[in-house]
Design a protein around this ligand. Structure first.
Ligand code: FAD
Length: 254
């Protein structure tokens, strides 16, 4: 199995040999990085599992991450209260949330659709009403499926591949939401800046939504997981069955 050469560890990102290169996205944000290790050392106590067992830990981490894409995530919010401790809390939340400030746009901003339809007067358009209804039905049924999955976990059932269902459906909801926002706003949806529709939020939706169907595992990978682990369909053909990843033949001249 190609995953058997992997390790999973924690390390100090400021230690020698670790280089972090931010990746700028098409929406202008750079909220994740390319990380390079050059002779960086990992202390034995920082290994999360035995060398070779990293894939098991990685897939468990990813199942949790994917569940987070189901739209039920609670973002940290600061209070208005006065006092040093609240000021420190506000500063900490602002720093922590900085990379995620475009995430609501990445999810398509379903919450804005009806309000925008009213503001633009297009709420009376029968074709558009069908698109909005389709979006709200998809979004509500996704929310209920996600809630069922959360309840299962609260009853101590382990995080399973259902996270993949939530993630895949959230990509579809976001795409339909971007489509509806485009119908509502027309060509002006491409404008960014303060004098553009909703201060550039609509344009940011259009360039942020594609990220959701890649980050945390692409839509195609979620479909494979659903087919193999939920529906128990035959596994995808694999040519690297008994080699660790580093020995899998690649199309690279070394
Ligand atoms: C906005 C954003 C944020 C991200 N954040 C992080 C992060 O915080 N941390 C992190 O580690 N990574 C992060 N990533 C990276 C992300 O996890 C990967 O880009 C993603 O898993 C896809 O892997 P890849 O880019 O290697 O594509 P590839 O695996 O090369 O896939 C290329 C294409 O081939 C398809 N494909 C590949 N394998 C199969 C298959 N078996 N069956 C069918 N189709 C297949 C894919 O669906 C895709 O369309 C982020 C990416 C984005 C876009």
């Amino acid at each position: 199995m190609g995953h058997k050469g992997l390790a999973y560890f924690i390390l100090d990102m400021k230690q020698p040999g670790v280089q972090v290169h931010p990746l700028k996205q098409m929406n202008g944000h750079a909220s994740f990085n390319q990380v390079f290790f050059t002779d960086a050392e990992v202390e034995p106590e920082m290994m999360v599992c035995d060398v070779g067992d990293g894939w098991k830990v990685a897939t468990t981490t990813l199942m949790h991450e994917r569940r987070g894409a189901d739209g039920l995530r609670n973002w940290a919010t600061a209070t208005e209260k006065k006092g040093r401790i609240y000021e420190e809390e506000r500063a900490e939340i602002a720093t922590t949330m900085e990379p995620y400030k475009w995430y609501p746009q990445r999810a398509g901003r379903v919450d804005l659709v009806v309000q925008r339809a009213r503001e633009t007067g297009k709420i009376a358009d029968p074709v558009l009403r069908q698109e909005i209804a389709k979006l709200l039905i998809m979004s509500k049924s996704a929310e209920w499926t996600a809630r069922r999955s959360r309840v299962a976990q609260e009853q101590d059932r382990p995080q399973g591949p259902e996270g993949s269902l939530g993630k895949l459906v959230s990509s579809n909801v976001a795409r339909q939401a971007a489509r509806v926002h485009t119908y509502l706003t027309g060509a002006d949806a491409l404008l960014s800046g303060e004098d553009s529709p909703m201060n550039g939020v609509i344009a940011e939706i259009l360039v942020s939504v594609p990220a959701g169907s890649i980050a945390g595992g692409t839509d195609e990978i979620q479909r494979n997981i659903i087919a193999e682990r939920v529906l128990k369909m035959p596994k995808e053909h694999s040519v690297d069955t008994d080699k660790p990843f580093r020995d899998v033949p690649r199309n690279i001249v070394s």
